[in-house]
Design a protein around this ligand. Sequence first.
Ligand SMILES: NC(=O)c1ccc[n+]([C@@H]2O[C@H](COP(=O)([O-])OP(=O)(O)OC[C@H]3O[C@@H](n4cnc5c(N)ncnc54)[C@H](O)[C@@H]3O)[C@@H](O)[C@H]2O)c1
Length: 256
Amino acid sequence: MGRIQFDYKDKVVMVTGAAAGIGRETALMFSKNGAKLALCDLDEKAGEQLVKEITNSGGEAFFYPCDVSQSKNIKAFVDETLKKYGQLNCACNNAGIEGASASIVDCTEENWDQVININLKGVWLSMKYQVPEILKSGGGAIVNLSSIAGLIGFPGLAAYTASKHGIAGLTKTASLEFAQKNIRVNAVCPGPIMTPMLERLMSVTPGFKDQVLLGIPERRIGKPEDVANAVLYLCSEQASYITGQCLAVDGGWVAQ
Ligand SMILES: NC(=O)c1ccc[n+]([C@@H]2O[C@H](COP(=O)([O-])OP(=O)(O)OC[C@H]3O[C@@H](n4cnc5c(N)ncnc54)[C@H](O)[C@@H]3O)[C@@H](O)[C@H]2O)c1
């Protein structure tokens, strides 16, 4: 599949949860399109490895170890970005966890709090500290990672589904708050994408892959690149009239 070409030269782009899966592919794609990258993750080793990969191929990036659910961490990451690059133009708030699979009744408070804190509070905190800097930099765009579980219900994934619906609400609200201030805010809602997260989900449920494939009209599991393409488009000038949207990237799942 060919890559979309965008002009991100002289743009500073922040990606959270960049060490694996969708975040990693998004960071690589932004770099190939000229952006300077500010990357964070809990996984320091894989994050530093990614920076090496980017710089070895002529790009610019730094890694900051950070838990997006911790206010101090995310504020320090944004501060570091400003110190390194002097501006912030775009952000892809991607860090997230699947949590334990559990119904409403069986979901523990610990699981609930952890999933909501990382997936939902993490996106809010990220935007809280990114927006003032994007404003100072003259405007830009934010893309948050929701999910098809942010558009429809999934039995057995109560906390995850609630967190991803929450991201849709946060995204729409942020888009309205900044619509006249030159910041566009959208969400992408991936269907099943082949990443370490999906591999973990497949490994705990026998027959999960075949079951999932049957749910996807295109009958294929998505690639991280499918999502990264959408993120780069939504952050680009070409999407200048698109804000407050939750775009499914799902091979047709939610069209059914
Ligand atoms: N893979 C899918 O099928 C799928 C589908 C829909 C939505 N999503 C969403 O896309 C995003 C990325 O998913 P993925 O499949 O690439 O996941 P992944 O688990 O493969 O990678 C996620 C990365 O985020 C990091 N991370 C986790 N918690 C963090 C925290 N508190 N602070 C900073 N970094 C943290 C992990 O270390 C990891 O490197 C998530 O928000 C996920 O919910 C994924």
